[in-house]
Write a protein that binds this ligand. Structure first.
Ligand SMILES: Nc1ncnc2c1ncn2[C@@H]1O[C@H](COP(=O)(O)OP(=O)(O)O)[C@@H](O)[C@H]1O
Ligand SMILES: [Mg+2]
Length: 294
């Protein structure tokens, strides 16, 4: 039976009543642009996650994770290897659906819509919530076709000129157009690692997603390419909501406004990034950010 109490949109209401962490925030209040309320919970957030549990076969990888992803900000997921960061990220756009033996319970809402509703068109969902992976993975196609691929399959461009304009715009946004404009028809794989990752970001934004998920997008890159991607992430948040997994704490501190610390499949702490790194509430967080483990 579906009652109002079971409506995931009301979970935060119940928590306001039940928990001190959520107190002091009005339900439905939009987050301020450049800061995050204490506790990191932002009613009216772009993505609302409630009590997500993920299993691989009978092994549980995530335990009742709830967090809100605010719009037009960067949320960083940190924590030791194996703590469930990638699993969590994949649960946001149902990429776990394609992992054999993986089962997800709980709720993920994007703009109030249940991502796990059986009527959701998963292809459309992944156009709304795009993804960038650790290792740059351009398609075995030209630079142009890598970016044009999504707009073509989603019927976004009206004609060739429109498609050209989208490709040009996306490559410009990622700072690649000037560098490679006279070799648009070379293979995407002919680019350097950092350029390939920017190409993958251009490919992700070409379908105008609302959210971009990034799983350790810089870990295969050198420091200069990494700095360019970090700069780009900061620009992209004006238009997109970004969730980034990183094992690099300095990177989390540089690029994100909100940080979530995971440990052994649980969300231990979620807060404004600056606050988390200067004044963590939990001992486990403090131990991790001071390098005591992980
Ligand atoms: N496809 C899979 N099959 C079985 N177990 C998995 C799979 N992917 C991840 N896991 C397990 O789930 C836990 C969380 O993994 P993961 O989300 O990859 O962590 P992180 O990204 O934080 O390193 C780990 O114990 C890992 O071994
Ligand atoms: Mg991972």
């Amino acid at each position: 039976m579906y009652t109002e109490l079971h409506d995931p949109r009301n979970f935060s209401l119940r928590r306001v009543a039940n928990s001190g962490v959520y107190a002091g925030l009005k339900v439905g209040e939009r987050p301020m642009r450049d800061s995050v309320p204490a506790g990191g919970i932002c009613p009216g957030a772009k993505i609302i996650v409630r009590d997500i549990r993920v299993f691989y076969g009978n092994k549980q990888a995530l335990y009742d994770v709830s967090l809100d992803v605010p719009e037009n900000r960067v949320t960083a997921l940190i924590g030791p290897s194996g703590c469930g960061k990638s699993t969590f990220l994949r649960s946001l756009n149902r990429m776990n659906d394609v992992v054999e033996g993986c089962r997800v319970e709980g709720h993920v809402m994007i703009d109030g819509e249940d991502v796990y509703d059986r009527n959701v068109d998963v292809v459309k969902l992944r156009a709304r919530i795009g993804m960038v992976f650790q290792k740059p993975n351009p398609f075995p196609k030209s630079i142009y076709d890598n970016v044009a691929y999504g707009p073509r399959i989603h019927g976004i461009a009206n004609n060739r000129e429109h498609l050209d304009a989208i490709v040009r715009d996306c490559l410009t946004r990622v700072g690649l157009f000037e560098e490679i404009q006279d070799r648009l028809h070379d293979p995407g794989t002919s680019l350097s690692g950092g350029q390939q990752q920017r190409l993958c970001i251009a490919r992700a934004i070409a379908v105008s997603p609302e959210v971009i998920l990034m799983d350790e997008p810089c870990s295969a890159l050198d420091p200069i390419a990494t700095a360019r991607i970090e700069e780009l992430i900061d620009q992209l948040r004006e238009k997109f909501t970004i969730v980034i997994v990183t094992h690099n704490l300095q990177q989390a501190a540089r690029v994100s406004q909100l940080t979530a610390f995971f440990h052994l499949g649980r969300l231990v702490e979620l807060d404004d990034t600056e606050r988390m790194f200067t004044n963590p509430r939990e001992t486990r967080t403090a131990d991790y950010i001071t390098g005591r483990y992980g």
